[in-house]
Every structure is written in structure tokens, then in C-alpha cells.
Design a protein around this ligand. Structure first.
Ligand SMILES: [Zn+2]
Length: 119
């Protein structure tokens, strides 16, 4: 296995499995050092997350509505699926750092558990 694969396996051990809520939720991947975040306020407050699929296959530029993200972060019972009006592919990347294709591949290889906290 490459170093990169080991690294992402480690990341997933942290984010996968049991979801611990300390009064709020995180975007596990988008909040990491791998992703650049900017904000805009015209006309509405939005966060823009820029980074790569963690396997390096493509670049994501994902915009998230500010009020949706605020609700997600501050509502322990909220899920990404029910809160963010982004595409499933975008939500997957924000939380796990992989595009659908790589996520499926890693799941088949056993790096990602099928029954993660997100859907
Ligand atoms: Zn990918």
C-alpha cells in the first residue's frame, strides 16, 4: 500500500465508526488542512471549499449555504444528508474526502466501512 493509502485509512479510522457529538458536527474532510475555505456574502453567506479528492483524481469546488452549515454544525442530531442541499457526491467529499468512484473502490478494498455514520 502507498503512504497515501495508509494516511487516508488513518483519517477514516478517526472519522468513521462512532459519531461523537461534542455539541456540534464537523465536516470531517472539509475542516481538515487538505481543504481551503473561503466565504462570500453576495448576496447570501456561502462557504466555498476547494480541494482534491483525497486520491488526487479530481478537484472539488463546493459551495455550501451559510445557514445550512450553521444549522449542521450547531445541531447534534443533524446529518449532512438532511441538512445540506448539495449533491450526494459533494456531501461525500466534504465529509470523507473522496469522490464517489474512489469511495466505492476503497469500500470494496475494506478501507471504508459500509455502515459509516453518514447514510
Ligand atoms: Zn476520486
Amino acid at each position: 500500500m502507498s503512504e497515501r493509502t495508509d494516511e487516508l485509512a488513518a483519517i477514516h479510522n478517526v472519522s468513521g465508526g462512532i459519531m461523537i457529538n461534542l455539541g456540534g458536527n464537523k465536516l470531517n474532510y472539509a475542516d481538515s488542512e487538505h481543504v481551503t475555505t473561503t466565504e462570500s456574502y453576495d448576496p447570501d453567506h456561502q462557504y466555498h471549499f476547494t480541494g482534491q479528492c483525497h486520491m488526487g483524481c479530481r478537484t472539488f469546488n463546493v459551495s455550501v449555504d451559510g445557514s445550512e452549515l450553521f444549522f449542521y454544525r450547531n445541531t447534534p442530531s443533524a446529518t449532512l444528508q438532511s441538512t445540506l442541499s448539495n449533491t450526494p457526491d459533494e456531501r461525500e467529499w466534504l465529509n470523507n474526502g473522496f469522490c464517489d468512484e474512489c469511495h466505492d473502490k476503497l469500500q470494496k478494498e475494506g478501507y471504508i466501512k459500509k455502515d459509516g455514520p453518514q447514510e
